[in-house]
Design a protein around this ligand. Structure first.
Ligand code: GLU
Length: 505
């Protein structure tokens, strides 16, 4: 028998912005699909209408577009197994709800929220299961004609899964091995609610994985407790033979201490937990995203890929292609992965160094515009090239390091420590000499300046560079002087020199 084509899915619920942990889950699915020549599906699980948040679906799609995680099928793309939005698949689910009811594997329950609440007050650790369902108002306890009468009268009901107690249920997990749970601890989960004529997550998820020929379910550890129920559901629906393999990924943990990573940690320590900025439609709150904070998508991918998996070597910088080649779902860790956001910044720095100047330039251009500077893109690109090795984590950190490329120093003053140290009695005269020398150059390239200035400095014993820097920058920062002067051009260079000489007299 040949193995079926690998098909995996990322199945978010549009209940708000995508959490960074969800991005990691999608990434692992993507890597797994690509390395097996398989398909990745984007399915929107929107059966819980009470938690639906407008804009969340668009946000999810835009996040993956930015990150370079491509889906082969799904919402926004299409495919042979659609629709891919669960709210558009009501009729499909209804068929399987009926099948389970007809086969006595599920039952109808009329208990109101108030009745359930009362029961919980009465019975400690109440669970709706084999030991209690006989005391409740459902199709197992009520006469058939009463059930029919209630339904005909429009009484709201739910359909519950009839879990048989006392059986060891095995979940075969690619990361965790054989996970065994006794069915007695499971409750009779609600599979369908008449109130909105929609299934719950559990049923819709299983039906869709089956109908969409999903071969592997790769998802966060928080879904592991649902997995035994899912195994039972596959069996009840007669699909045990084609049940997908499971892989429950390790949790992302707080950077500093135990427990699950939360948005609060990001707010407290100052890092984003969402891929893109999110505007909450209800509260109006704005949460920052990786994109808006100045991360390169490649850096985010590389950082997330190593939260829960590593290639087994010291190599940390891995391109998407390398990740696809090396990723190994079976070697993901079981233990949670600390969300080391400082490491994330390090990755961004490394990717800034790796990325070509022209690609980085638009981000810096945006920062320049915010500071009232418009410059041709070649000049923006040139500055990025001269400055990016200055150990910056983000492109926006460039501005205070290199504003002088675009704005002449406002004042020259002995109050500046670097100026005080490098501007001596004789410096004004020396700078005048240098200015005349530069004045005579037709070619003002860095190389041509060097060819003229180096021998002059050698001959006269004058070391002009620090004082020259004072003239052009006003303080002790910036790149190589020849490169800087070449960038400013002859006229601007000489203007700044003359002004400094005057001011520091
Ligand atoms: N809709 C679930 C979620 O929001 C999907 C979980 C799963 O992958 O089965 O994550």
């Amino acid at each position: 028998m040949t193995e079926p084509t690998v098909r995996v899915r990322f199945a978010p619920s549009p209940t708000g912005p995508l959490h960074i942990g969800g991005v990691r889950t999608a990434l692992y699915n993507y890597l797994f699909a690509r390395q097996h020549g398989g398909q990745l599906i984007l399915r929107i699980e929107d059966t819980d209408s009470s938690r639906f948040v407008p804009g969340a679906e668009e946000y999810i799609i835009e996040s993956f577009r930015w990150l370079g995680i491509h889906f082969d099928e799904g919402v926004g793309i299409g495919g042979d197994y659609g629709p891919y939005r669960q709210s558009e698949r009501r009729d499909i689910y209804r068929r399987y709800v009926d099948q389970l009811l007809n086969e006595d594997k599920a039952y109808i329950a009329f208990d109101t929220p108030e009745e359930l609440e009362a029961k919980r007050g009465e019975v400690k650790n109440f669970q709706y299961d084999a030991s209690t369902r006989g005391q409740m108002r459902n199709s197992l306890t009520l006469p058939a004609d009463e059930v029919k009468r209630l339904i005909d009268a429009g009484t709201q009901y739910v359909v519950r899964f009839k879990v048989e107690p006392g059986e060891d249920v095995h979940v075969d997990d690619l990361i965790r091995g054989d996970v065994k749970i006794n069915s007695s601890i499971l409750d009779d989960k609600v599979l369908y609610k008449s109130a909105d004529d929609l299934p719950t997550y559990h049923l819709a998820n299983i039906v869709d994985d089956h109908l969409m020929h999903v071969t592997h379910v790769i998802r966060g550890e928080e879904w592991l407790p649902s997995a035994p129920l899912h195994v039972l559901l596959y069996r009840a629906l007669g699909w045990a033979d084609t049940m997908p393999r499971f892989a429950h990924l390790p949790l992302l943990l707080k950077p500093d201490g135990k427990g699950k990573l939360s948005k609060r940690d990001g707010d407290r320590l100052g890092f984003p937990v969402f891929p893109l900025e999110w505007h909450d439609p209800k509260s109006g709150d704005i949460s920052t995203g990786y994109r808006e904070s100045g991360y390169l998508p490649e850096a985010v991918i590389n950082f997330l890929a190593l939260l829960g998996w590593n290639p087994g070597t010291d190599q940390e910088i891995l391109s998407m292609d390398e990740l696809i080649r090396l990723f190994d779902i079976g070697h993901c860790s079981k233990a949670g992965a600390k969300f080391d956001y400082v490491k994330g910044m390090w990755f961004n720095r490394e990717y800034i160094l790796k990325t070509d100047d022209a690609t980085l330039a638009p981000a810096f251009d945006k920062i320049l515009r915010q500071n009232g500077i418009t410059a041709p893109m070649e000049r923006v690109t040139a500055v990025v090239g001269m400055m990016k090795m200055k150990k910056i984590n983000f492109i926006h950190e460039l501005w205070p390091l290199c504003d002088f490329f675009f704005i002449a120093p406002g004042t020259y003053s002995m109050d500046d420590k670097f100026t005080r140290k490098n501007w001596k009695e004789t410096t004004g005269a020396e700078m005048s000499q240098l200015a005349s020398l530069l004045e005579g150059l037709d070619d003002f390239s860095a190389e041509a300046q060097k060819a003229a200035v180096d021998p002059w400095a050698e001959q006269t014993g004058i070391k002009p560079w620090n004082a020259w820097r004072v003239c052009l920058v006003g303080t002790g920062k910036g790149p190589d002087m020849y490169e800087l002067a070449a960038f400013l051009g002859k006229e601007e260079t000489l203007n700044r020199m003359h002004r400094a000489i005057e001011a520091l007299k």
